[in-house]
Write a protein that binds this ligand. Structure first.
Ligand code: ZN
Length: 135
């Protein structure tokens, strides 16, 4: 079973502000913008590398004052929000995590790009909000 870095999620006050740095000043390519209704967020994806599997920077802007990203930014300011690892079989990973007592924040569901994902509570993941994603 292989695990790879899929993306690093960065909470920003606005995508335009985040893009001014990562795309504008740093010169990364913006490959996709999308809204994920269930998470109440707008996303911008910037691959770090040439391949289709290259890890990405995911800029996250709250689409609603009630979203967890709005609360995060309000409390701590913009910054590193989560790390996402890509797994081969999300259901198998989830079963194993549950069996070993890890705390999951949601049932596996479809998110950005139609991929299945689940969030693992920082308590179970070394203090980091962890997203597991299956491509
Ligand atoms: Zn993410």
């Amino acid at each position: 079973m292989s695990v790879e870095i899929d993306h690093v999620g960065i909470a920003v006050r606005s995508l335009d502000e985040g893009l001014a740095f990562y795309a504008g000043q740093l010169g990364m390519a913006l490959t996709r913008r999308e809204t994920v209704e269930i998470e109440k967020v707008h996303l911008a994806m910037l691959p770090a590398g040439e391949s289709v599997d290259a890890p990405r920077i995911e800029l996250i802007e709250a689409a609603d004052p009630e979203s967890s990203i709005a609360k995060f930014v309000e409390k701590r300011g913009p910054g590193l929000h989560h790390i996402a690892l890509r797994v081969d079989d999300l259901a198998a990973s989830v079963d194993k995590l549950r069996a070993t007592g890890a705390r999951l924040l949601n049932e596996p569901r479809q998110g950005a790009g139609g991929h299945l994902y689940v969030f693992v509570h920082p308590q179970s993941a070394g203090g980091v909000l962890l997203e597991l994603i299956q491509k």
